[in-house]
Design a protein around this ligand. Sequence first.
Ligand SMILES: O=C(O)CCC(=O)C(=O)O
Ligand SMILES: [Fe+2]
Length: 408
Amino acid sequence: MAEDQAQPWKIPPIVQELAAGVQEPPSRYVAHEQDRPAVAAAAAMPEPIPIVDLSRLSAADDDGGANEVAKLQSALQNWGLFLVIKPLSFLVVFRYHDGVIDDQAQFGSVSVQAVGHGMEPEFLAEMMEATRGFFNLPLEEKQRYSNLVDGKEFSFEGYGNDMVVSEDQILDWCDRLYLIVEPESRIVHSLWPARPPAFSDVMREYTARCRAIADVVLASLARQLGLHEGCFVGMMNEGLAMTHARFNYYPRCPRPDLVLGLKPHSDASVITVVLIDDAVSGLQVQKPNDGAGVWYDVPIVPNALLINVGDAIEIMSNGFFMSPVHRAVTNAERDRVSLAMFYTLDPEKEIEPLPELVDEKRPRRYGKTTTKDYLAVLFERFARGGRAMDTVKISTAQPDSGTRSEDG
Ligand SMILES: O=C(O)CCC(=O)C(=O)O
Ligand SMILES: [Fe+2]
């Protein structure tokens, strides 16, 4: 449309291409002074992020299992996230009937099957290689998977930039490929890269393996809330509950002190499983409930997956779990990749504090939304540097625990 041509700011360049040719980041990428990485210098974490052994998490009856649950609980309270390494010595398989967790499971005894899988370091390396392999393709080839419809309208899936909603939006130093990877019926095959040749097979296997991990974590979270353990896993199988994969590519940046790889945000998901670059750090997190707004560097732990709780579970748990605000910074010497798997509910399903978790002592802290509405708000807010969670939080007499400064 003529209007779009008059608004070229809507279609920013692919950052990888831009980065190859500039000495200084263009002004649209320069963060407001108070948001710049150099000003809010990142701190080392006062304690390492706990590494939780998922196989012991599911054996909560023995002492080791109880310890593991306690570790997970404190990790989530302190940080909203934790790490897992070669996570599974077995997979927990929930039985479903017509998409519903079966009766046996509903009444507490979820079926457990030992099938002898773990994500080997070699497999994680393959996933990383497939991710890097895609971003290393020539631009023309990546553009076959563009997230711009007719070269101008942003759609949510595909390769490119995040949506630009205003001319003065601060842009991120990041390109991304966004794919829905579950359920099968929602996969848009034409958007899955044909190269590198291993991409689709590795991604499918990674998806299945992450799903097994997510199920173990979700069962544990449900137990921690006193809910039946199939509660969240069941929701993740209702209707069009989806897994979204976001492959991030952060090119080298000449001024990492001025620019953000990814603006501060919390994930809209129920939980997120992240494979972070094993050579270049860049992820930073704030402590939930920490009014000081300190940014902590998330250290690289080789072969680990990072799992964080998202906004949907913060809402459903009535604030028992807090979705951590995080961002990515860039690096002058090295490019960086990451792969986030977002576990989301059916787009139309209402998300609100579960009735079991609301009482007089702990009144309802969040309003009602749906994944569909929440995501729309999130993309809009994210683009403007704001936080979607603020739109559903019921304000209390206490000062808000939000820690980020926002520019209107
Ligand atoms: O690059 C990272 O480490 C984090 C990516 C992230 O937060 C996201 O994709 O939502
Ligand atoms: Fe994120």
